[in-house]
Design a protein around this ligand. Structure first.
Ligand code: KIV
Length: 264
């Protein structure tokens, strides 16, 4: 049986929650097999898979398409689908209708919604209708236009207080966990101590109950400079470039295909 949102919630204080993004079948199968607890089909796929410069153009259909593929691959992790920009903001009814599609048509176990206190009624509505919700506060990339760029949140007392209030509001609305993105570690520690649900950090220091990274970033799958909070655990970009260069030179030099690759 795959992890449920309740299983993830119960991990607070017991075991660090390991989370990564996945957007396709084969990567999701590998990450699931490695024991990752939660796989997020993040709207970051707008950049990593679709080539956009931010997450704003990602559609509900894009997200459904990738979530179905990930769900097919996974037998252990909780699959969480990110609700894209403008799929939950207009009304709670529309949010419920769209979130329902991720559960019913795409096989997700939960959805993620960006925003804090402002999302209280939306989260409450979804949870009351059997849809587990992962909150997301701090740097919320769908608010890029309003924030005027990607920057660390909660550095000044007014912002820090607002984020503590956001976390409390999300907990009250019934989220099973909260992503904290790009906030100072001390504030993340305060939020983690304040709420009874797990916090999942990304650029929020070591005191969170779990951590998440974009898989493409942590595996070094692109040559682009990653944000400071990313640790590159591999250089897949370099490995793939070398493999393609070797293939090119062997095809051109006549070494591939060899006898072993032929049907004689
Ligand atoms: O879209 C995404 O990948 C995310 C994570 C970075 C938390 O929201």
């Amino acid at each position: 049986m795959a992890n449920s949102a309740r299983d993830i919630k119960k991990m607070k204080g017991r075991e660090k929650i390991i989370c990564l993004t996945a957007y396709d079948y084969s990567t999701a199968a590998l990450l699931d097999d490695c024991g990752v607890h939660l796989l997020l089909v993040g709207d970051s796929l707008g950049m990593t898979m679709l080539g956009y410069s931010n997450t704003l153009p990602v559609t509900l259909d894009d997200m459904l398409h990738h979530t179905v593929a990930v769900s097919r691959a996974v037998s252990n992790a909780l699959v969480v689908a990110d609700m894209p920009f403008m799929s939950f903001q207009i009304s709670d009814e529309e949010a419920l209708r769209n979130a329902g599609r991720f559960i019913k048509e795409a096989g997700a176990g939960a959805v993620k919604i960006e925003g804090g206190a402002l999302r209280h009624s939306t989260v409450k509505r979804l949870v009351a209708n059997g849809i587990p919700v992962l909150g997301h506060i701090g740097l919320t990339p769908q608010s890029l236009r309003e924030m005027g760029g990607y920057r660390v949140q909660g550095r000044v007392p007014r912002e820090a207080e607002a984020l503590l209030a956001d976390a409390a509001a999300l907990e009250d609305a019934g989220v099973f966990a909260i992503v904290l993105e790009c906030i100072p570690p001390s504030l993340a520690a305060d939020i983690t101590a304040q709420v009874a649900v797990p916090t999942i950090g990304i650029g929020a220091g070591p005191q969170c109950d779990g951590q998440i990274l974009v898989t493409h970033d942590m595996l070094g799958m692109s040559g682009k400079v990653a944000p400071r909070f990313v640790k590159r655990y591999a250089d897949l970009d370099g490995i793939m470039r070398k493999a393609v260069a070797d293939y090119t030179s062997e095809v051109q030099g006549g070494q591939f295909p060899a006898e072993a690759h032929c049907y004689n």
